[in-house]
Design a protein around this ligand. Sequence first.
Ligand code: MN3
Length: 197
Amino acid sequence: MIKTYPYLLDTLPYAYDALEPVMDKETVMIHHDKHHQTYVDNLNKALAENEQLQVKTLEELLSSELPAVKNNAGGVWNHDFYWEEMTTPGEGHIGESLMRELEKSFESVEEFMKIFEATALGRFGSGWGWLVQNKEGGLEVLSTANQDNPLVDGFKPLLAIDVWEHAYYLKYKNKRADYVKAFWEIVNWDKVEERLK
Ligand code: MN3
């Protein structure tokens, strides 16, 4: 979906408590209604007096040279992407074609998950862990700092995990590893596969 200025916060595709008990209702409310909303508001503020940037798409703004634009555009895009790829615990199953692609690039789904978890854990400070498709069609795992987005480097994002503390601190406290492991239970794999196509 192409988004342009002025940006609006999308409503969640499920109820605030739909991801319980993996992701608690309070975390989802604060994360969506406060943090995500703030990226939307700050992006609009940063664009309010810049007519040339108002006509750009959200994707184009991800590589802006203005930090306030780039960071807040990333905040909007990344969170849209994150909310969209989650579902009620236990609802998600990896379909056959995605499974084949994961096995092709990582040997096995287990190996992919191990690498993804280690990468999300290894991101120092705030940022994101990603499953992406490279230009050759292979799948890769990488992480980005802050609200940076792999699209800027030519990758196609397929799955993202927010590892900013605001994404997990209320429930998991300092235990990022527990959050990352639990995250698998709420991934909507159909959505991931749809992104791959
Ligand atoms: Mn966040």
